[in-house]
Ligand binder design. Structure first.
Ligand code: SF4
Length: 743
């Protein structure tokens, strides 16, 4: 603080998984400046162009600051009590007549970027008491959950490339110069990749586009979209054929190696060349480099996972990490050892199962308690018992982010009740009957409960709210919503519900023999948490019973939330990740299974796949200045040259009569869009690319900056029928399309 009105705040940027530290200067209720926090021990001042726009997001005149209730074709502002009463009024008769299966819940990924969502959504899901749960996970990340669950029994324990220590990084379908990382939390991912090369290591990027990351890599290899699994199996083939397999310390607790060897037999580098377009000698060389590197990490993300064989691709990346001795090894891939994680224990657990129930209309099996996002429209449209008639959409814009979105758009318009927890009237919430807007990022506190689990260091940081407000925060909004969904009513006490839930949390912990507070008095623990607000109570609790915690006095110098607030405003860095296996294995055998049943069951589909295609295929792309559908109403981010273009290779442009700056009509099995053409060598022949997250010109969208640069919705082209079968994940890449010039 420099004078009475000017204040400096330190907080975590909540806009993407990189979780950079921000230094925010305010004067009164105005943001004066936002820049990277140079004293944040992990991000060290790094930010991207989005990080400084929390000010614009906070001040956006289109951002809702109070509930809205639909009034025919218009909206009226409402009080919070009125909004929850309206939800109850519409929902109660529906539930009474049709039961809770008439209710669906859709969750978007901003939920994991804020503390309230991360901690309080579970109440909504429980109260909804429906199996119709959908989320962004089956749009882009479920393959990683499934392969992790299948191989080591914990679907949320992700392999994290140890970028600070690795010598060789092989990346497929990932563009961290733009995304800043996905399913791995790395502030300044680009700097880490450059550091690998600066210390004599190598970064190899495999992608059908010369992405920004590919431009800066040691080597870039074009690959035909959707064929990554074939190429990875050919790398595995070479490792076995040349006797380069060395599991290192994992040899004692891994099974299934011979099954992998047998499968990889047929995937010769020559076969992969014909399917993937990567020369056989290059494949052999990369396999040898991987095996010879002192340490190496293989990492695949959205471009490689949102395809027909996403789970197998995710699995094969980790098979490579195991076979080269880089699994759970410094410089290879490591696993979460965050402050709230409990380490140790013994290998073995309940394992991981999918398909415990099926979607009523689609017949598709659940994965991690969710049905595939691609099936949402079908579940709304299909009449009969269990038809979804009411939907609660929390921090999600499925009408733009789910495949075949025009179908979903029409289905949403037919719902009897749509409740949106969203700060904007966007493509989805314009169909809502009630909108409940959350606070802006600057009005809420933050602790990265989710991304501390994917960070490549052990790190704890708490960010107090920058601005105080009397409006309800997400813990309160979600708790009240849960009370309405659960039938307790719009006027039930959210405070009582929170206290009951917190009490249960403490009771479970004191009942655990391995807890530092085993056998302690519940009331005493609750009293020690009492001074904090709801979300902070849970954070403090988890920190204090966590691996560095004070155990509520048992370890007097241990970590508490108070300590973070008072002594570590920039965050507390506990250093590098520590080895977790074999203790972290939660399969029933207690071994990491290199050829698990879920994978084995999908092999026939792989063997039957026809990767030959002569036509064009569409892939997506992301831009540094946007984040899915989130950031399009920020003028400083959307201005400048047109970004929503159809990228086409010059040879394809010539074949299809397209010219740079002209317009193309792009059509797929489900839809058609018109997009400006960008002729570029940056896509491989046979591939066209559209960015995702655009399309702001539909009637009713009240986002004026976004409307001025609407772009086209690439999900009007993606098909909701093909799925990555084991994970139910949408296929967003390698979409067959036709293109033609619009004269
Ligand atoms: S990289 Fe992500 S976390 Fe960092 S400033 Fe940009 S949006 Fe925020």
């Amino acid at each position: 603080m420099t004078d009475e009105q000017t204040q400096t705040h330190f907080r975590t940027c909540p806009l993407c998984e990189a979780t950079c530290g921000l230094e925010i200067t305010t004067k009164g209720d105005q943001v004066v400046r936002i820049r990277g926090d140079r004293n944040d021990p992990v991000s060290k001042g790094f930010i991207c162009p989005k990080g400084s726009t929390l000010k614009q997001l906070h001040e956006d005149p289109d951002r809702l600051t109070g509930p809205m209730i639909r009034d025919g074709e218009t909206w009226r502002e409402a009080t919070w009590d009125e909004a929850f009463a309206e939800i109850e009024r519409r929902l109660s008769p529906l539930l009474e007549e049709h039961g809770h299966q008439a209710l669906g819940v859709v969750l978007g990924n901003p939920n994991v970027h804020n503390l309230g969502g991360a901690l309080f959504l579970r109440h909504v899901i429980k109260a909804a008491a429906t199996t119709n749960i959908f989320s962004a996970s089956t749009v882009d990340q479920m393959p990683k959950h499934v392969s992790a669950g299948a191989m080591w029994g914990d679907p949320s324990l992700f392999p994290l490339p140890d970028l600070d220590r690795t010598d060789y990084m092989l990346m497929l379908g990932a563009n961290p110069y733009v995304s800043n990382g996905s399913l791995v939390t790395v502030p300044d991912f680009p700097g880490k990749l450059e550091a690998i090369q600066a210390r004599g290591g190598k970064v190899v990027v495999v992608d059908p586009r010369v992405s920004r990351t590919a431009q800066s890599a040691s080597e870039h290899l074009f690959i035909k979209p959707g064929t990554d699994i074939v190429w990875l199996l050919s790398l595995i083939h070479v490792l076995f054929a040349e006797d380069l397999v060395d599991l290192g310390h994992a040899a004692q607790w891994v099974n299934g190696v011979d099954d992998v060897r047998a499968l990889a037999e047929r995937y010769t580098p020559e076969m992969a060349e014909s399917v993937c377009g990567i020369k056989a000698e290059v494949t052999v060389r990369v396999a040898r480099e991987l095996a010879a590197a002192p340490t190496a990490a293989v990492y695949g993300r959205i471009g490689a996972h949102t395809v027909t064989f996403g789970t197998l691709t995710s699995w094969a990346t980790d098979v490579l990490n195991v076979l080269t001795g880089n699994f759970d090894r410094p410089g290879g891939v490591m696993f979460c050892s965050s402050p709230t994680t409990k380490l140790g224990g013994t290998p073995g657990g309940r394992g991981f199962k999918t398909g415990r129930w099926q979607g009523r209309a689609s017949g598709r099996g659940e994965v991690l308690g969710e049905l595939p996002a691609s099936t949402l429209a079908q579940e709304i449209e299909t009449e009969g018992e269990g038809q979804i008639r009411a939907l609660v959409v929390i921090a999600c814009n499925p009408v733009r982010s789910f495949p075949n979105s025009d179908r979903l758009d029409a289905a949403m318009a037919d719902l009897d009740l749509l409740v949106a927890v969203d700060p904007y009237i966007n493509a989805t919430s314009r169909h809502a009957h009630v909108i409940l807007p959350p606070l802006s990022a600057l009005e809420r506190s933050h602790y990265d409960m989710t991304f501390e689990r994917t960070m490549i260091r052990v790190f704890a940081k708490y960010s107090p709210a920058v601005f105080a407000t009397s409006r309800p925060d997400e813990p309160e909004i979600l708790t009240r919503l849960a009370l309405v969904l659960g039938g307790q009513g719009a006027h039930a006490s959210a405070e009582d519900a929170h206290v009951a839930a917190l009490t249960q949390l403490v009771e479970r912990e004191v009942a655990s023999d391995s807890s530092p507070i085993a056998g302690r008095d519940v009331a005493e623990i609750l009293e020690m948490l009492g001074a904090w607000s709801w979300a902070e109570q849970i954070v403090d609790f988890r920190l204090r019973v966590g691996r560095f915690g004070d155990g509520f006095g048992a370890n007097p110098h241990g970590l508490t939330l108070k300590q973070l607030v008072e002594d570590f405003p920039h965050g507390r860095d506990y250093g590098e990740l520590v080895q977790r296996f074999p203790e972290a294995t939660k399969t029933t055998s207690g071994q990491v299974d290199l050829f698990p049943e879920i994978v084995a069951n999908d092999i026939d589909r792989l063997l039957a796949a026809d990767f030959d295609s002569d036509g064009l295929v569409l892939v997506g792309r992301r831009h540094l200045r946007s984040c899915n559908t989130w950031m399009h109403n920020v003028d400083v981010l959307v201005k400048g040259k047109e970004r929503c273009t159809l990228q086409v290779h010059p040879s394809d442009a010539e074949t299809h009569g397209l010219s740079h700056g002209g317009t193309a009509v792009v059509s797929s099995a489900v839809g058609e869009v018109r997009a400006p053409v960008e002729v570029t060598q940056d896509v491989m022949p046979g591939v066209v690319s559209l960015p995702f997250g655009w399309g702001y010109d539909s009637p009713g969208i009240e986002m004026n900056v976004a409307r001025s640069r609407p772009g086209v919705n690439s999900n009007a082209l993606t098909d909701d029928q093909p799925l990555d079968e084991p994970s139910g994940t949408s296929v967003l890449n390698a979409i067959p399309v036709a293109v033609a010039s619009v004269s």
